[in-house]
Design a binder for this molecule. Structure first.
Ligand code: SF4
Ligand code: SF4
Ligand code: FES
Length: 263
């Protein structure tokens, strides 16, 4: 099927959301709470676009592109005056929530907002409450963190704000966070995240710290990964393979040379 975006036609696949096509085609629409690793949720409202269709009798409306499924001949506009105003309002609010976040400052400034017109949050952190961290943790099967509190006081937290027993220290929440709000620390072979400490498994060849024991065990048990997979790091595996190839190449060269001599 085809959809029209800003006057040009693009291929779209059944089951995709409008945002998937925008991203694939490199059409710039801010979308802070959408990530291909998790189900869309529609939390940030930044990805709003205008849609219409030749069969809709002139009706048009604004929708969140991360949640709106494509349909044949859908007509999308990404930067109408209305949409830009909506994004500016959202960014203005986000800047009040997270005035010190470089990511939010940059995005807001792209829309001409350098200072929020709302009252900035006191003791503000950089969490925009996009929910990517909780969704990725839940989708991976851990459920170690969740949203706690209400209104401006809402935050991502562990149960009873204590070291979460269900966390495996995988860092998926850290890596997916668009504002780098979630902190962790690796010191030697110890990882600390969400107030919990983990021992890291070390590569048996080079000694590099690889992954928490808990996450390695989870992957071995649930993802059909061989029990010795985490014994050796990827770099050592690669150099082992390279050494094997070198032996093979030299062995073949030796074979050829011996054949030439005997001929
Ligand atoms: S590090 Fe812990 S909280 Fe973060 S995604 Fe992994 S299991 Fe969940
Ligand atoms: S910690 Fe990061 S990923 Fe989680 S809700 Fe806040 S901004 Fe989103
Ligand atoms: S990316 Fe669509 S609402 Fe956030």
């Amino acid at each position: 099927m085809k959809i029209q975006i800003n006057g040009r036609w693009y291929e779209a696949r059944e089951g995709e959301m409008v945002l998937d096509v925008l991203r694939r085609e490199g059409i710039d629409v801010p979308a802070l709470c959408a990530h291909e690793a998790v189900e869309p949720y529609g939390a940030c409202r930044l990805c709003m676009v205008e849609i219409t269709h030749e069969d809709w009798g002139g009706w048009k409306g604004n929708v969140t592109s991360c949640l709106y499924p494509v349909e044949d001949k859908l007509i999308v506009q990404t930067h109408t005056e209305d949409i830009i105003e909506l994004r500016k309002t959202v960014l203005n609010l986000l800047l009040a929530r997270c005035p010190n976040s470089p990511e939010i400052q940059k995005l807001a400034s792209e829309y001409g907002i350098d200072t929020t017109s709302f009252v900035p949050r006191e003791d503000a952190d950089n969490c925009i409450m996009c929910g990517l961290c909780t969704r990725v943790c839940t989708q991976m099967g851990f459920n170690a963190i969740s949203v706690a509190g209400r209104g401006y006081g809402r935050e991502i937290a562990t149960p009873l704000k204590e070291a979460p027993p269900d966390c495996v220290g995988c860092l998926a929440c850290v890596k997916i966070c668009p504002t780098h709000h979630i902190q962790y620390e690796d010191i030697g072979t110890t990882r600390e995240i969400w107030g919990r400490q983990f021992e890291l498994v070390k590569c048996k060849q080079c000694g590099k710290a690889l992954i928490t024991r808990e996450f390695a065990d989870y992957l071995i048990e649930n993802r059909d990964i061989p029990a010795d997979y985490f014994d050796i790091c990827d770099d050592c595996k690669r150099s082992g393979t390279a050494r094997d190839f070198k032996k093979l190449v030299h062995w073949e060269e030796k074979e050829e040379a011996e054949e030439e001599v005997s001929a």
